[in-house]
Design a protein. Sequence first.
Length: 330
Amino acid sequence: MLLDGSTAEVIQRAAQHLAQGELVAFATETVYGLGARADSDAAVAKIFSAKGRPSDHPLIVHVVDAAAAMAFTPHLPECAQKLVHAHWPGPLTVVLDRHPGIGAAAAGGQNSIGLRCPAHPQAQALLRAAFDLGVPGVAAPSANRFGRISPTTAAHVVAEFNAELWVLDGGACDVGIESTIVDCRPKQPVLLRPGQISRTQLESLLGQPLGERDSQSPRVSGNLMSHYAPRAPLRLMTAPMIGQALAVLFGDASEAPLKLAVYSRHPPTRPAPGMVVHRMPDSPDAAAHELFAVLRSFDEHGAQLIWVEEPPEAPEWEGVRDRLLRAAAS
């Protein structure tokens, strides 16, 4: 059920729906989330069922502010305090110790929990209204079937789920890829998932390099090898490789032997018949904003193969590279 998420009446109804243990999809600045009250394991179980997501794959809990986060964690270490002060509300998740009596299902059974305060006005209004009804936080992974392309518009969510799901339309998401995740529990904080807030920005703020995830790191959202996948196989290639492959694949053919989609900062100037081409922006923020929408458009086009130019190996592109590497792993 698609609802206008800009009205106070709808926000209040949706907050009541959450308080009653039901699911609500809503906009954040990163992607649309599929939300349930995080303090109810029964409600959270509905998320795993709807998405087809393994129950040991943790969810991020969205809170209205830093004070509300204390319902889920016993303390904020210095690392988390710095990050929260600088980037909340915003596209940053901090992993902290979890209070043992709350959020077990949302945490995938782990003793740690990922917390985020989103900046989108719809998410803020919904979290505030739900908090006032006794909901301390809302667990909300991306509102799509497990492993598929994350949604950045309400229409994407509607296309993924049945008509009964409450979907609040909050427009297109500004950021377009999921939040940066930092484990703040070790002495040396660890970057668990890159996002719009870059490694360079985080290290500058914290005054130390970030560690790398290892076998001791907690499980977090979006860290499976295969994720964010379109229906067609996706291959990452350099721009020269794309040009050479096009010459081999199409040659002098009058029409394409298959439906090919190309996403590149250096797209072919004369696409072959049947080929769909989208130019990748030179800005990493602009590329992140449109990435999932572009991949979904290739699915809608009926692409049988997707070729994507490898993004630059620079810290500010790390989030986009991460999503594309996982999409290609499928």
